[in-house]
Design a binder for this molecule. Sequence first.
Ligand code: GAP
Length: 522
Amino acid sequence: MQNDKTTKISLDILTGLCKRRGFIFQSSEIYGGLNGFWDYGPLGTELKNNLRDAWWQDMVRSPPVGPDGEVVNILGLDSSIIQNPRVWEASGHVGGFNDPMSDCRESKSRYRADHLLVYLPASGDGHGFACLTGNEADAEKRIRKQAKADPSAYKVIPFPELNPADLARVWGPDATGPGTLTEPRQFNLMFKTYIGAASGEDNLAYLRPETAQGIFTNYKHVVDTMRVKLPFGIAQIGKSFRNEVTPRNFIFRSREFEQMELEWFCHPDEAQKWYDFWVAERLKWWESLGIRAEYLQRRDHDPDELAHYSTACADVEYRYGFTDPEYGELEGVAHRGDYDLTQHQTFSGTKLEYFDQETNTRVLPHVIEPSSGLTRGVLVLLNEAYREEFVPKGDTEGGPLEAVPGSQPPEGYEKRVVMRFAPRLAPVKVAVFPLLKNRPELVEKAKTLHADLRREWAVDYDQTGAIGRRYRRQDEIGTPFCVTIDFDSLEDDTVTVRERDSMGQERVAIGDLRAWLRDRGL
Ligand code: GAP
């Protein structure tokens, strides 16, 4: 038996659970699906909405207290997905929102060139072998098989650094011979569409690749209508679209996804202070949702990694099962300076300076931008919550023991899959069971309680099968509390409440149940 909390949770495990239990499905699957697009099922929608609402509550309605002990002011926005295409010229996306791409002429696969590595013989002679980052074992296997050589005699370089003259001797990741990969070329990630009946270049528009620009283009409206004073923030949650060259790793990198973005406008002299503040706050926020601190880290970007608009950037990274022991991006906090407001001022001809009535001065604010993926956040919650545990048969006594995913329980134990979502985020908060489905008095009381609780929370009702099986069904979707109506309930108006993680049970009076649940995070 194992008790290894650091066991990696593979994407296969998560996608399997998501499909089986109605969290996330492949988009248009009955037609063969569409690469990079995902649909959220009933439970996935609840989970995503709960994460979205937690962000809105903690960033817009009740944001953290600022570094000077003052309450900060953040306002919400919901801008359109399709905007005047000049927005994207001004933002730099038309000219610069590109990824390098390489095609394989044989397999017709398309790769992000910066995601490819090449093994080249250190001696200088012979074939090279390319692989996707993370698939190094695959390249090494092919070196042994095809070149009958030892991989340690090879050096590994990023594909974009490969001398084009060497392309002819490199095998692509899916190729059966060398020389099929094309030289990297830039590919713009914005999806194009055409407005109205005509499809000419005059009618060209883009699906937004980030929600941020809608905030900059509405910044003046907000200043003029909401009597805001610097510093202040404008926040938005919504869909973004990127024609990713290689959508990968389930919902981690998809072509349609959701973002939660804050643009924090401040005086240039205070920008560094606010940058430090937001980086620290955002890390704290993810921890407040129950993400283990050791699974989160801050990573400051090197100057050569910075996006075209930012002068500094720090990522909040998470240790996903597929990156473990490394970490991958969850959120970026960028110091955008006055790049965006300057660009929009220049391109639109509209003055975007802030007029400070107290000092009678004008200033173009600087912007700090905490930008996270809502859908990527859902992947973090799923990864973080998933556990396989061995429990004594029949839920009789003893707590659960964490197990290595895929391992078999010993004698006297059975396996349960449990999603340990924080109660605030769990898609279903409470499940109500009558002890027996063939006793009308139990069923009626359970249905009455279910109808009462669901006015406040997402609540399931289940009367099918043994109580133990009903617990397992709820454990697997992460329901924090199960409430059973039994014969004592008919006598004394109490219920048994069973807690998901400890599997402990408590008798609670129905009249106290709401307060009891609220005290435990609902
Ligand atoms: N406005 C700044 C901006 O969009 P970004 O780093 O490109 O910055 C911010 O994106 C966040 O959006 C990322 O940290 C990630 O969580 C999410 N994100 C970006 N591209 C994504 C994709 N293709 N699929 C899912 N989430 C994505």
